[in-house]
Design a protein around this ligand. Structure first.
Ligand SMILES: Cc1cc2nc3c(=O)[nH]c(=O)nc-3n(C[C@H](O)[C@H](O)[C@H](O)COP(=O)(O)OP(=O)(O)OC[C@H]3O[C@@H](n4cnc5c(N)ncnc54)[C@H](O)[C@@H]3O)c2cc1C
Length: 448
């Protein structure tokens, strides 16, 4: 008998602004009894709900159950900055330029399949442009080094035939209203989502076809005969096939131990403000989305609903193998974020941050997912390497294909990836990873 006690449950520190301003629109059900299904998906984020959607297409009539420890959109899926990016975006490499053209072509193909899959769901479930906006994104540069990173990135995109446009200081000022940026690089293929609205829209759209249980953490997973039994607080789930869609928490279930890097990143969202109060153009266009030219810099987004706008800023990375960060840490980072924000928008100095929060990423040293059949009937669609809106969507789609023996060229290529490479032992890993992050953050300087 294979039995796995779940060592840690997700801890989501600080309330996500995206979740706070999103409406839910479907009932909340927790597990109160024993439930049997054909499929159990653990985790209702991008991977879990995408796996559920794909399974519902591949196995019409099967009973599909999705379970989450918290509530849809309250965990990381509703805490991110909402960039669904098609072009290469490797956070850990220090820059975005394309090194291996063949691998990049495959990565772009996979990212675009995931974005198309999400776009179909967005259309089918009637998501608005505020929720799912194919606007593209800008890599913004605030330093000479940032400009040079953008230039290199642009050259490598040109080499592989990817559309992009370099923007100058004046264009950046027109878009953002800020004098902070020296230039930018626009790529058109990114979709900007309101992450909490998107993930809730996906869950709501799937509900007629799936059963969803929230606030129902899986505490133990046991193989019993041909089934897997998942024990939760007030009941059990039994199913012959289970998909683990818990990102870094796959390690809490006992898999991919010492192979995954648990990195936290942090965000703050302003209170809603009326741009007119500050002289109209101080925050530029109605909505825009900036990634940093240096991956360790600040991600900054403006959203508008009616005449009110908000700005969201994401900065910093910390290595937290305990999969937990404190409220104190979130507050400390929010103070730094305030400085970054004020430097960009001095006229908005008095607009407070209404929400500050943190969320977990899972990275592997060799930039591969924790994917595959880890035991008979138990599949992993985990470790999104920092870009889960797209990569976890794709992992969920691929896990559904793998678990239903659906042969595809795409799955063959995805399956062929190596295992996440082992981490060095502690305390070496902690010292090494923190030192690299800190050095790269300091090097990013004004980009952060
Ligand atoms: C501030 C911030 C900004 C980000 N910005 C971006 C961005 O712009 N673009 C991008 O692509 N990515 C971004 N990310 C990363 C992105 O949010 C994640 O990659 C994505 O959420 C991963 O999706 P997932 O489905 O794999 O995992 P998750 O979204 O983490 O979903 C896993 C689910 O599993 C559940 N779970 C875990 N353990 C259990 C258990 N024992 N029992 C039941 N349920 C369990 C959790 O509650 C959770 O809901 C950002 C992250 C943060 C924190």
């Amino acid at each position: 008998m294979n039995s796995h006690m779940v060592k840690r449950l997700p801890v989501d520190t600080g309330r996500s602004g995206w979740e706070a301003i999103s409406t839910r629109g479907f009932p909340l059900q927790t597990l109160e009894s024993d439930v049997r299904a054909d499929w159990l998906i653990i985790g209702a984020g991008f991977a879990g709900l995408s796996a559920a959607r794909k399974l519902s297409q591949l196995t019409p009539g099967d009973k599909i159950v999705v379970v989450d420890a918290t509530e849809v959109a309250k965990s990381t899926a509703g805490r991110n900055s909402g960039y669904m990016i098609d072009v290469p975006h490797n956070l850990s490499s220090g820059e975005y330029s394309v090194a291996d053209e063949k691998a990049t072509a495959l990565e772009i193909e996979q990212n675009r399949l995931a974005i198309s899959f999400a776009a179909e769901a967005a259309t089918e479930y009637g998501m608005s442009k505020e929720t799912f906006d194919p606007s593209g994104k800008i890599n913004a540069a605030a330093t000479e080094r940032g400009l040079s990173l953008n230039k290199n990135y642009g050259s490598s995109l040109r080499r592989i035939g990817e559309k992009h446009e370099l923007l100058d200081l004046k264009q950046m000022r027109e878009i953002t209203g800020s004098d902070y940026y020296l230039g930018g690089l626009y790529t058109p293929g990114a979709v900007m989502i309101q992450p909490a609205d998107y993930i809730r829209g996906l869950a709501r759209g799937l509900l007629p076809r799936i059963e969803l249980f929230e606030h129902s953490p899986v505490l133990e997973l046991t193989r019993q005969g041909k089934d897997w039994k998942a024990r939760s607080t007030r009941g059990t789930f039994t199913a012959p096939k289970v998909i683990l869609a818990v990102n870094g928490h796959v390690e809490s279930f006992g898999y991919f131990r010492r192979r995954l890097m648990h990195i936290f990143t942090y965000a703050s969202m302003t209170a809603a403000f009326s741009p007119d109060e500050f002289g109209g153009r101080v925050t530029g266009a109605e909505r825009w989305a900036l990634l940093p030219a240096d991956p360790m810099g600040a991600t900054v987004r403006k959203i508008s609903t009616g005449s009110r706008s908000r700005i969201v800023i994401r900065t910093r990375f910390t290595y937290n193998p305990s999969l937990d960060v404190s409220a104190k840490r979130v507050a400390e980072v929010a103070v730094e974020q305030r400085q970054s924000f004020n430097a960009r928008f001095p006229a908005l100095e008095r607009v407070p941050f209404e929400f500050s929060w943190a969320g977990a990423l899972c990275l592997s040293r060799n930039h591969v997912p924790a994917f595959g059949e880890v035991e008979e009937g138990l599949y992993s669609a985990c470790c999104e390497n920092g870009l889960g809106t797209v990569k976890s969507t794709f992992a969920g789609m691929m896990a559904a294909e793998l678990a239903t023996n659906t042969a595809s060229r795409t799955l063959e290529k995805y399956k062929a990836q190596p295992m996440p490479r082992r981490l060095p032992p502690e305390p070496l890993a902690r010292l090494g990873i923190n030192a690299v992050i800190r050095w790269q953050e300091l090097r990013a300087g004004r980009e952060g």
